[in-house]
Design a protein around this ligand. Sequence first.
Ligand code: NAD
Ligand code: FES
Length: 282
Amino acid sequence: MYKVVNAKPLNNDVFRLDIEAPFIAKKAKAGQFIIIRVDETGERVPFTIADTDPEKGTVSVIIQKVGQSTMLLSQLKSGDYIEDFVGPLGVATEFGDAKKVCVVGGGVGNAIAYPSAKALHKAGVEVDVIAGFRSKDIVILEDEYKDICDNLYITTDDGSYGDKGFVTDKLQSLIDAGAGYDLVIAIGPVPMMKFVSKVTEPYNIKTIVSLNPIMIDGTGMCGGCRVTVGGETKFACVDGPDFDGHQVDYDELMRRNGTYRDVEAHDRDNCRLMNMKVGGTN
Ligand code: NAD
Ligand code: FES
C-alpha cells in the first residue's frame, strides 16, 4: 500500500497527489511514468510523473478526472492509501545537447511538460515555456513554471489570460522573431502535438512529443499501446512515451484513442461518484 502524503485540487477537474514511494522518487527521471491501481479490483492506469522529491521520498502525479478510476483517485485525502504504484516505467526524455529549448504544454499536459522544463533548467539550458489552456480558470502550474524557466508565455483559447490563441500561434511568432530554438518538447492533446510538429518541421527544429495511447500492462506485452513512428510499429510503454514528433502517425493514434470513447462516456454518465462530485471541490 502506498500513502497519499498530500492531495490537492488544482482546478475543478484536475488534482495533484503526492504519494510516498521512496524508491521510485530516487530513480525516476523526466518523461517516465507510473501505473496506479487504486484498489484491489481497480484497473491499471498510467500517469506520467509530474515531479519527484527524493529527500521526502514522494512522487507527484497530476490527474484529470475523466473516468471511474480518476474519479476514485480524486476522492482521496492526505493519509489515505492506494493499492499499487509501479514504476518508473518507460524511457526517460533524452535532451541531447540542446542549448535553447521551448517546452510547449497543452492543458493538463503541462503536468508532464513541467518536469522536462525543470530538468533542462537544472542542467543550465535556456528554457522558454509556452503553456496553453482553454481559459484563465483552468490555468495550472504558473508559479512552478516561473521558478524554472527563462520566459513563460501563457496562452488561452478565449483570450481570458495571457495571449489569445493556441500554443502553436505563440510558437510560430517566437520562431518568426528569431528565438533560435534547437529543441521543442510538446506535450498535450494529440492534435496539439501534431500541429506543433507541423510548425517546427519546416525549420528542422528537433521536436519531441510524449504519446498517451491506451495502455494495459505497461511492460511491452499486450500491444495495446502500439503507435506508428517513421512507418514502424513502436510500443509507447517501452520504446517511449517520447518520440520524434515529425515521424508520428497522429491520425492513427487519434483513431485508436477513440476506440473506447463511447464506453468511457457511458461509465461517466452512470458513475454515482462522478454524478455526486462533478463541479465540486475535493
Ligand atoms: P485542451 O483541449 O484544453 O487543449 C490545451 C491547449 O492545447 C489549448 O489551449 C491549445 O493551446 C492547444 N491545442 C489544442 N488543440 C490544438 C490544435 N488543434 N492545434 C494547436 N494547439 C492546440 O487540453 P486538455 O483538455 O487539458 O487536455 C486533454 C487532452 O490531453 C486529453 O485528450 C488527454 O488525453 C491529453 N493529454 C495528453 C498527455 C500526453 O502525455 N501527451 C498528457 C495529459 C493529457
Ligand atoms: Fe501493453 Fe504497452 S501497454 S505493450
